[in-house]
Design a protein around this ligand. Sequence first.
Ligand code: SF4
Ligand code: SF4
Ligand code: SF4
Ligand code: FES
Length: 983
Amino acid sequence: MQDQEHVVVTIDGAEYLGAPDQNLLDLINTTGKFVPQICYNESLGPVQTCDTCMVAVNGEIVRACGTEVKAGMEVNTQLEGVGASQKEALDRILEKHELYCTVCDYNNGTCEIHNTVAEFGLEHQSRPFEPKPYEIDDSSPFYRYDPDQCILCGRCVEVCQDVQVNETLLIDWEREQPRVVWDNDVPIDESSCVSCGQCVTVCPCNALMETPMLGEAGYMTDHEPGLLRSMIDVTKKAETGYGPLFAVSDTEASMREDRIEKTKTVCTYCGVGCTFDVWTKDHKVLKVEPQQDSPANGISTCVKGKFGWDYVNSEERLRKPLVREGDSFVEVEWDEALDYTAKRFADIKADKGPDALGFIASSKATNEESYTMQKLARQVFGTNNVDNCSRYCQSPATKGLFRTVGHGGDSGSIDDIADADMVITIGSNTAESHPVLASRIKRSQKLFGQKLYVFDLRKHEMGTRADRFFQPKSGTDLVWLSAVTKYIIDQGWEDRAFIDKWVNDFDAYQESLKKFTLDYAEELTGISKDELKQIAEQIANVGKLAICWAMGVTQHQLGSDTSTAISNLLLVTGNYMRNGTGAYPLRGHNNVQGCSDFGSMPNFFPGYEKVADDKVRKRYEDAWGVEIPAEPGKDNHEMIGAIHEGTLHSMYILGEDTGIVDANINYVTDAFEKLEFMVVQDLFLTETAKYADVILPAVPSLEKEGTFTNTERRIQRLYQALEPVGDSRPDWAIIMDLAARSGYEWGYNSPSDIMDESASLAPLFAGVSYDRLTDYNSLQWPVAADGTDSPLLFVDGFPFEDNKAKLYLLDYELMYETNDEYDLHVNNGRVLEHFHEGNMTYKSKAISSKMPSAFIEVSPELAKERGINEGAEVKLISESGEVTGSVHITDRVSGRELYLPLNDNGKTAVNYLTDNSVDKDTDTPAFKEIAVKMEVIKKKGKSPLPPNNYRRGNPQPQIGVQPERKWERNDYEFPGGQVKQRG
Ligand code: SF4
Ligand code: SF4
Ligand code: SF4
Ligand code: FES
C-alpha cells in the first residue's frame, strides 16, 4: 500500500499517490477536483479559519487543509453532507462580506470570494450580510482596511507574523465582533507596520486594498464618498441571484483588461531582486503584485518595491537633453546633444589621449547598459577607464572571495540562507537594507530554530532579534573572525576531511593566525574571551553555516581583508559546497552585481576576465575590430584623483549621483569643476548633474527592457511597462547612438541582441538568452552553453587550477581611531524607507510622510553628557567637512557612536564628513571610518522621526493567526458538526 516516499489515498473512489504527511488539500488540488478553500494560500500553508474546505475523511467531516495525508485514507468530496458543510461555511463568509462586485475595485478576476461562490454555484445566501461596528481605516497613505468586507480569514495576520515577521497584525478573536488589529489596536498609520504591503497582497478580497487602486481600477468605482452605498443598492436591486450579478461583474472585469496592463518587472531598489507584476493604467502605477513563483521573493516585497514608484511620474523628471550655456542649461534636441557630446569626446581623445576620458556605469541600470558602457569606453574610445559604484560598497567582498574561492558572488541562493542552521550577519542592517531577505532569516529563526548571531556597532532590528548580539569595536571584525578561526583549529574542531580534499595552504595559514589569540582579540574587539569561545563552539557544532555581510565590513580600510577572513573561516569549518552554507556578501543596489558582472570595471571584461590577459583581450579585439589597451584603467576613486592631477579631462556618468555618494564631497565636486567636459545621464537634475556640460534624460526601469542580476547571481528580465516620459530614452539606446556618432554602428535592435553578444564573448554567461529568461524564469551564473545554471556556486570544487580553494594569509593593524579632538565615531547606512540618497524615494509623498528627512542618531548617554534632547540641532565636523542635522536619541546606538542615515543630498549628507582613505586593496572608500566632533546649535526641537514612523510602534509577536481561539468562542460551531446535527 505504501513505499517510503508515497502513500495511496482514495479520493472519490479513485486512488492517488501522495507524500506521507502531505497536506490533503494540496493533494486534492492536484486531482482537478473543486473544493472551496478561501483562506488557503500555498505560500502561507493552512490557516484553517474559513471552514470552506470541508471533505469527508473515513466518514468524518474535516478541514482538508488541516489534515495530513495518511496511507489508506478514504476521502470524499462529493457527499451531500460535505457540500452542505461547504455551503454553510460560504454562507458565514457572505454574512461578513458584501458582494457588490461590479462597483468594487478588486473585481479584476482575482477575487477569491467571487470566484469561489461562482464556481460553487451558490445562487443565494442563507444569512444576510451583517455590517460590523467598525469604521474603515484609511489612515495609512499606502493601503486601507475595510472591516465590513473582512472575512477574518487571517491570511494577513499569517503573512505579517510569520512571513514578513513584522508582527504587527493579529485578530482579536475574543471581542464580540472580532477584527484585525494593528499593534495594540491603533490606527494603521500609528502602528509598527513597515508598509511592506504583503498583507494586502495575500488578502483574498477587497478588505485590504492598495490606495492607488481605489477609484481607479473599475469603470464605476470612481465615486464620491456615500455614493458607493447607493450604487451598491442599485446593483443589488437590478441583480437578483448571483448568476446575473456575476455575469454583469465578470463583463465589467474583462473590460478592465483593456485598460489595465500587467507587466512583469524587477524591483529597482535593492539587491534582493524581487520580481512582480506591475499594474498600470495609462502612465499610472496602480499596484504591484508579487507572484508565488517570483524566484527571490515569492509573495514578499518591502515598502519601496510595493509602493515606491511615484518617482516615475514626478514633474521633476528630465524630459529633454540639456546643454550648458554659462550658468544655466538650455533644452536641445537629441541630435544636437549627441553630436556635440561625440565631438567633445573625440576632440579630447585626439588632444590628450584616450585615457583622458573616464566612464561611470550605473548599478541601477541594466546588465545590457553596463555592457554597452564598457564597450563604448574600450572599443569606441580606447580606454579601460570604466567603473561603477560597486567600488563604493562591494569590491572588497568580491576581492576577498576571489582570493579564497575564485568567484566573487554569493555561494548559494537566498533559499540557502533560509535553510542554514546558523546565520551570522556582520556589518549588515539586513532588515532595512535587504528587507525581504531579512524576513527569510527572521522566519527561519522564529519558526524553524535557526540560530542568528549578529555582529554590528548598532543594535538595529536584527540585533534585537538575534540569539546573540555582539558589538565589536569599529573596524575590528577581522580580529574576532581570525581569533575564532584560530580557536577552532586549536581545539581540533576544523573540518579536516573538507580541508584535505578541497583547501590549500592550511599550514601556512595556521601559522599566520598565531597573533590572533583570545587575549589579543578581547583587547581589540571588546568581545570577551568567553564569548569568543562560545562563538567558536557554536560555529564548530553547527551543521550548516551561512555568513552574510555588507557595508559595515567592506567600507573600511581593511574591507577586503575582513571579507577574506570570513571566507577563511567558512573554509576551515567546511561551510562551502553544500546547500545551506556559504558566503553571502549582500549586494546593495538592484544591479550592483550585474553592473560589475557585465564588465564596467577597469580591470575586467564581462564575466571577470582580466583585461591584462592577452587571450581574453584578443577575443574582444577580434569581435570589436579594435585594439584594446592591456593595462587596467582607473577606478572611480582614481579618476577623481586623476582630475585633480590634471590627467583626466572628461567624464561620462550614468545614473549615479557621484557628487553625493562618493566619499569626501568637497574633494569630488572640486574635481568636477576642473573637468573640461562632463556628461551626466539620469532621470533627474541631480547634484552631480549640476556640474555637467550636457545632461541626457534617461528612463527608469519601468520604461525599458533589460535584465538585472540580484545578490544571488540571478539574472532576471524586466519588461517595458510604460512609455518613456517626454523625450527621455533608455540608457543603452543613448549609448548606442553616441557610439554611432563616433564611428561605430552596433546595430542592436533591442537589449536581447546585447545579451546575445555578451553571452557569445563571456564564458560565464554562455547560455544566457532572453528566451531562457521569459517571464519569471531566471538563471544564476555561471550558465553553461546548454542553459544549465548554478544555484549553488561551488559543486565540483573551486575555479582554481587544482580545483582547490586557498586559505589567504592576513595580518591586522588598526588603521583608524577617534582622538581627543574628533572624539565621536560616525557610522552610516541605509534606512528602510529610502533608497540611498533618496533621489527616487523622496518623490513619493507617502514614503516621505513616514521618513521626511535624514537625522543623527545619538545615544542616551551621549545626549545626557552634551545636554541635548530629542530634535536638537547639531553640527558634526570632521577633518574633511561638516554636516548639520536634527538629533534622534535612541539606544540603537551606544556611547560615542553616532549613526547618520544616507538619505540626504543636502546639508546632512554624510559624505561631507568622509575623507579620501580607502580599502587598501580595492580603493573602496572607508565610509565607515569617520571621526567627528559635535557642536550643539540648538538643544531641543521637533523630533526628526515623525509620530507615524514604524519605529515608534508596538509589535505584538505571536505564531500565526491562532484559529483555536476562534474555535473556542461560544458562538462558533464547526460546520461539519452543525450539518451532522441537522441530519
Ligand atoms: S508590516 Fe504592515 S504592510 Fe506588512 S504585512 Fe504587516 S501590517 Fe501588512
Ligand atoms: S483583511 Fe486579513 S483577515 Fe480580512 S479578509 Fe483580508 S486577509 Fe482576510
Ligand atoms: S527594495 Fe529590495 S527587498 Fe524591497 S521590494 Fe525591492 S528588491 Fe525587494
Ligand atoms: S481552506 Fe481550509 S479552513 Fe480555509
